[in-house]
Design a binder for this molecule. Structure first.
Ligand SMILES: [Zn+2]
Length: 93
């Protein structure tokens, strides 16, 4: 087996934008989140997205702490943001 045949375990947070647009009126991937664990501030698009399970998990690019979990069923959507201390969303002037 070569390393080129192994798919990366994650992509960047841009890939979560479509799913999160279901509940947010703004593009969350452009928002800047502050990690609870290490205090690093980064755009959510820079977070590491793990999406092979039943939902999406965004992890901090600095310390790998879970920032966000998103799981949906036919009737519900669950959003867990406990890994984000604050979320800064730019407003249009
Ligand atoms: Zn962190």
């Amino acid at each position: 087996m070569t390393t080129s045949s192994i798919e990366p375990a994650h992509t960047d947070g841009n890939a979560a934008a479509g799913a999160l647009a279901e509940v947010f009126a703004v593009d969350v991937s452009a928002a800047e989140g502050v990690c609870v664990a290490c205090g690093r501030a980064c755009r959510m698009a820079q977070a590491r997205l793990y999406g092979r399970g039943p939902g999406l998990v965004l992890r901090c690019p600095g310390c790998d702490h879970v920032l966000l979990r998103w799981v949906t069923s036919d009737h519900d959507a669950w959003l867990d943001l406990r890994g984000v201390r604050a979320l800064r969303i730019e407003r249009s002037p």
